[in-house]
Design a protein around this ligand. Structure first.
Ligand SMILES: [Zn+2]
Length: 224
């Protein structure tokens, strides 16, 4: 009934009961703008209001700025791949961490994805190498060990003669399953430890504050 004039004696406009159910009514936005807002809304953590604010903000920027933004998006998408040793995001064959000769070799910290690696880096506690699994074992979602970078981890432990593998996986069913699997697989070759969480079950590594994560790292326990 949008656009229809309200009856003159209606005491108060009725609350728009059904607006929440409608799929993002973008009335009042010209099509290219609605399209831009829609793109922002697809991003994680961005609701309709933030999407509108970002889109309107961008519209006010000079064209060079917008072009730089668009080019950065495309360049990141086309140039960033995976480090061939640790599978962290990298535009080079080897990532910054793997190329850094000041980092101790011998220790490999295993994380589920690059976000968790970055969380560990923020603590500034750890100076060894990493190995990004690319997920966690999850029978529910049909992810088995062969779908993760586990074989390459075993090869690295052997080739690099690793003295310790530190498992930094989320405290969840999937994190526990993966940790137990890796411990069983790697224990004949090296020391396997797991970081001790002061975190409740299911919490995400990337959201842990630096102090908590640093403490969890320091308090890591050897897996038997
Ligand atoms: Zn790397």
């Amino acid at each position: 009934m949008a656009g229809e004039a309200r009856p003159p004696f209606s005491p108060r406009p009725a609350a728009p009961r059904f607006t929440a159910l409608a799929p993002a009514p973008l009335s009042g936005f010209t099509r290219p703008l609605a399209r831009l807002i829609d793109q922002f809304e697809r991003l994680p953590g961005i609701g309709p209001r933030t999407a509108q604010r970002l889109a309107l903000h961008l519209l006010r920027q000079p064209e060079e700025q917008i072009r730089a933004f668009a080019e950065a998006l495309l360049a990141a998408r086309s140039q960033v791949g995976q480090c061939r040793r640790c599978f962290h995001l990298s535009a080079e064959p080897l990532c910054d961490i793997c190329r850094n000769t000041e980092r101790q070799t011998g220790q490999i910290c295993v994380v589920a994805d690059s976000r968790d690696l970055l969380a560990m880096e923020r603590t500034r506690e750890y100076r060894g190498g990493y190995h990004v699994l690319g997920g966690l074992i999850s029978p529910m979602e049909g992810v088995g060990p062969e779908g993760l970078h586990i074989q390459t981890l075993v090869e690295r432990v052997d080739q690099e003669n690793a003295s310790e593998v530190i498992l930094a996986l989320t405290p969840s069913v999937e994190g526990d399953t993966t940790s137990l699997y890796l411990a069983r697989l790697l224990k004949p070759f090296t020391i396997v430890s797991r970081i001790a969480y002061g975190l409740p079950m299911g919490s995400e590594l990337e959201y842990a504050d630096e102090v908590t994560l640093a403490r969890a790292f320091e308090g890591r326990r050897r897996m038997d």
